[in-house]
Design a binder for this molecule. Structure first.
Ligand SMILES: O=C(O)C1=C[C@@H](OP(=O)(O)O)[C@@H](O)[C@H](O)C1
Ligand SMILES: C=C(OP(=O)(O)O)C(=O)O
Length: 440
């Protein structure tokens, strides 16, 4: 762990200044490890996030016989074993805190000829998993959750899978990806229709590893993704840009601490991930995308954020899936804005590492913010942040969001359970301190 279990965050002495590069994108890092392991040949990954979530994915493949060197400063070499080259694991596969790891691995493992069992930590063990086992079972997979629909997931070997045409019941990149990954092994064409755009790293990265995958827009919101089973992945070199979900903490910090000017370098600005920029801009933030470029099939830019002060707004529910992991820190932005901010259409937040609606409502109240909890969101009354003690509920994004609130509090904020930041952002405290936040 890079930090103690309690963080204490105090008002920044000065404005935040400087350029920083946050760690690699978590969604892309998981997928790069998965696809490199299943590919034919040796892949070189750079910019990998060395957070605990991604390390759980890597450990699972090592337990199934995949050889890898690293990671070392974000560099990882993986010797792929091919689509059918995994060995039966001799141990339960521990996905730690990571919903992405558990759901995507279920898609891959449900198609193998051997049995496996996926387990997770206390938080992951409370998260809903039937959303993946139900469609996979209809493809002929033999996988089951516990009676309560949560992990562990028990998977039995199968000889073959049938393809399906699956309409996602909710906008979820994890369910989409789990079905597509199982579809790689199915006899025929699998299609997934999403009700609203969700992150498309699986589709983009499949293409980077030489696997054909088509996306067809049905209308503005709805897209159908199709692929045919039985193909192969070919090893490649992949450079992973910085994670906009980690950058978001500093985008909000610079937007609420007067006088700030920061540049977040080399951030992935895939349009299925940039809802946080649109929402902050709707609140009046001054955000500029500098040096736009393409890296490994993904758009990348340096993001400049200058303090101008925020105003409350009604957040467009269509932006929710495009900023799903950024809502905890957006709640902090709302608490510092002039006027009210309304979040709606965001019930999925209740199924993350913690119930992020109730964790944020409770924490904001503890530091002196007026909030009304709603089933699918909340209403935040902007104003001053006093300070107090908050619980992270072992949710990395809750812990880091309150650390950012510390930049403007009049007293100090103590965050319990902060070791969890290592799941997605191991050097958070170091980078935050480097740009001027005062975190102990
Ligand atoms: O596919 C992914 O990499 C992710 C999808 C999102 O989850 P859902 O698909 O459950 O919304 C997101 O919250 C998670 O952090 C990463
Ligand atoms: C929800 C998150 O991750 P996961 O679902 O992979 O646990 C997150 O990182 O905010």
């Amino acid at each position: 762990m890079s930090v103690n279990s309690t963080l204490s965050s105090k008002k920044a002495a000065n404005a935040l200044n400087g350029a920083l590069r946050v760690p690699g994108d978590k969604s892309m890092s998981h997928r790069a490890v998965m696809f490199s392991s299943l590919a034919e040949g040796t892949s070189h990954i750079t910019g990998l996030l060395e957070g605990e979530d991604v390390m759980a994915t890597l450990a699972a493949f090592r337990a199934m016989g995949v050889q890898a060197e690293g990671p070392n400063n974000g560099d990882l070499v993986i010797h792929g074993v091919g689509m059918r080259g995994l060995n039966a694991p001799k141990v339960d596969l521990d996905m730690g805190n990571s919903g992405t790891a558990m759901r995507l691995m279920t898609g891959i493992l449900a198609a193998q000829s051997f049995a496996s069992k996926l387990v997770g930590d206390a938080s992951l063990s409370k998260r809903p998993m039937r959303r993946v086992t139900v469609p996979l079972t209809s493809m002929g997979a033999r996988c089951a959750t516990d009676d309560n629909g949560c992990p562990p997931i028990h998977i039995r070997g199968v000889e073959r899978l049938q393809p399906i045409s699956y309409k996602l019941p909710m906008a979820s990149a994890q369910i989409k990806s789990a079905v597509l990954l199982a579809g790689l092994y199915a006899d025929g064409e699998t299609s997934v229709t999403e009700p609203a755009p969700t992150r498309d790293h699986t589709e983009r990265m499949l293409k980077a590893y030489g696997y054909e995958c088509d996306s067809e827009k049905v209308n503005d919101q709805v897209t159908t993704i199709r692929l045919s089973g039985g193909g192969k992945l070919t090893a490649t070199d992949i450079d992973i840009p910085a994670d906009i979900s980690s950058a978001a903490f500093f985008m909000v910090a610079a937007s609420i601490v007067p006088g700030s000017l920061i540049v977040l370098e080399h951030v992935c600005i895939n349009p299925t991930r940039t809802g946080v920029i649109d929402i902050l801009k709707a609140m009046g933030a001054d955000i500029k995308l500098l040096n736009p470029r393409a890296i490994g099939g993904e758009p990348v830019a340096d993001i400049q954020v200058k303090y101008v002060g925020l105003k409350g707004c009604e957040i467009d529910p269509n932006l929710v899936p495009l900023a799903i992991d950024e809502f905890p820190v957006l709640c902090v932005a709302a608490a510092c804005a002039d006027g009210q901010t309304v979040i709606s259409g965001a019930e999925e937040l209740r199924h993350k590492e913690s119930d992020r609606i109730s964790s944020m409502v409770e924490g904001l109240r503890n530091i002196g913010v007026e909030v009304e909890e709603r089933r699918d969101g909340m209403l935040v009354q902007g104003g001053a942040i006093r300070g107090g003690t908050v619980e992270s509920y072992h949710d990395h994004r809750i812990a880091m969001s309150f650390a950012i609130a510390g930049g403007v509090c009049t007293d100090k904020i103590v965050i319990n359970g902060a070791e969890t930041v290592a799941t997605s952002f191991p050097n958070f405290v170091k980078l935050a301190t480097a740009v001027g936040l005062r975190i102990e």
